[in-house]
Write a protein that binds this ligand. Structure first.
Ligand SMILES: Cc1ncc(COP(=O)(O)O)c(C=O)c1O
Length: 443
């Protein structure tokens, strides 16, 4: 019996009672190796002592003070830290309580920016198909996860979508990655022309696609071309790094590896590592300056933004990552994960693609490698893999609809940054067993 309106009413959830390092234990004493950080959240694993100590200390002085009355030292320090480590020219931070709130905030901030600078006619957002930006209505509108979106379609604000950067299925035979990137950028430019360049507010993209498609990375040159197109038309570039950011791909921000800086960047999951709900928008100086020179009031706000306890968690997580050199470990263990996935799945009849960066990688399952045909969606292969993995004490993040919103399955891996080579070996071994068992059962 439960009084919780759970995510799925058809599922019995084990009761999580404790966590340490990469392992969560349930009330029945079973241990689960967390290979997905939940949903790419738990970057320091569970119960990290330094984060707990910082949170206890904050709790002993002040848990919360509403931001319409006060600022706090801990929020100021976290903001200063984030700005110091942000791409050049991103000098301010707006705090939120999670990823969807961060995206809603970025959309509204972008719109008000144009009102502040006297371009109120701008009203269009362009996102990408097969993206995910969160479950609130604005985030669903700009995102394109078919299953999460379809029943709310009549409520969603107008948004426009161009092709994702999805090398495995999007790049034509014989096309170089560079030519593919140029083709995608040209499609964006065409969409901007179609809408009218001075009517577009922003282009919104996950720097590395996560929840909908599974760790899809952009072809070389794509984001530089996108940045140039946005600049040419005075359009803002919003990069959503809620999932792929804060170290997950081996650099603090995924966009560092693309050689671009956005105008607004959303971050969340790895910011607080799951120790407390926290998200943020990093804001470029020219956007901030428009508000500062203009109304001086961003017409927005939430009750819990800048929550002191959440900021203490975020600050402690970021300090540990730096102190312990964990980005280097993400790079090293990411390379190990790539190797091990290649060994285990490289010749697997039903794995069409292995992709990703750092500790953010995915395998895409196919019925047939040559044709890239997906499994019948009715088989719900992704759900079977999740169940088989849990039965083996492994947490992974599989999803369906990978290929086109309806067809396709992938498994996303996002282990904590503290993972060792032995952890990675155990993850790949158990995943291999779970995938084989799920495919056998589905056959
Ligand atoms: C890229 C991206 N943006 C936004 C969100 C929404 O974040 P939240 O679930 O914290 O609202 C997610 C969640 O998976 C995400 O992956």
């Amino acid at each position: 019996m439960t009084s919780i309106f759970h995510r799925s009413l058809a599922h019995d959830y084990p009761v999580a009672v404790s966590g340490a390092g990469l392992v969560i234990r349930d009330a029945a004493g079973r241990a689960y190796l967390d290979a997905s950080g939940g949903a790419a959240v738990s970057c320091l694993g569970h119960s990290h002592p330094d984060v707990l100590a910082a949170m206890h200390a904050q709790l002993d002085s002040l848990a919360y003070a509403h931001t319409s009355f006060f600022t706090t030292a801990v929020a100021e320090e976290l903001a200063a830290t984030l700005v110091a480590d942000a791409p050049a020219g991103m000098g301010h931070v707006y705090f939120l309580s999670g990823g969807s709130e961060a995206i809603e905030t970025a959309l509204k901030m972008a719109r008000q920016y144009f009102v502040e600078i006297g371009q109120p006619q701008r009203r269009h957002f362009i996102g990408r198909r097969q993206s995910y930006h969160g479950n609130t209505l604005g985030a669903l509108a700009i995102g394109h996860n078919a299953a999460r979106r379809v029943q709310y379609a009549p409520l969603l604000i107008e948004a426009h979508h161009v092709s994702p950067a999805y090398d495995y299925r999007g790049r034509s035979p014989g096309e170089t990655p560079e030519a593919y990137g140029a083709r995608l950028a040209a499609e964006l430019a065409g969409e901007i022309d179609r809408l009218g360049p001075d009517s577009v507010i922003a282009f919104v993209a996950e720097t590395v696609g996560g929840a909908t498609c599974g760790a899809i990375t952009a072809p070389p040159g794509y984001f530089c071309a996108v940045r140039e197109i946005c600049d040419r038309h005075g359009i803002l570039l919003i990069l959503d790094e809620v999932m792929c950011g804060m170290g997950r791909t081996g650099t603090l921000h995924a966009c560092e590896q693309e050689g671009v800086a956005p105008d607004l960047m959303t971050i969340a999951k790895g910011l607080g590592g799951g120790f407390a709900p926290i998200g943020a928008v990093l804001v470029a100086d020219r956007v901030f300056a428009a508000f500062d020179r203009g109304s001086k009031l961003f017409q927005h706000g939430h009750t819990y933004l800048g929550h002191a306890l959440a900021c203490a968690a975020g600050l402690a997580v970021q300090k540990v990552i730096k102190r312990d050199g964990l980005l280097a470990n993400v790079q090293a263990q990411g390379a190990h994960l790539t190797r091990r996935l290649g060994e285990r799945f490289g010749n697997h009849h039903h794995v069409g693609d292995i992709r990703g960066r750092g500790l953010f990688q995915a395998v895409e399952l196919v019925a047939d490698r040559d044709s890239k045909a997906s499994f019948d969606p009715a088989l719900k292969l992704h759900a079977r893999i999740k169940a088989e993995a849990m039965a083996r004490g492994l947490m992974v993040y599989p999803s369906g609809g990978t290929a086109d919103g309806t067809r396709g399955d992938h498994v996303l891996l996002a282990p904590p940054f503290i993972a060792t080579a032995a952890d990675i070996d155990a993850i790949v071994e158990r995943l291999g067993e779970a995938v084989d068992a799920a495919i056998d059962a589905a056959a």
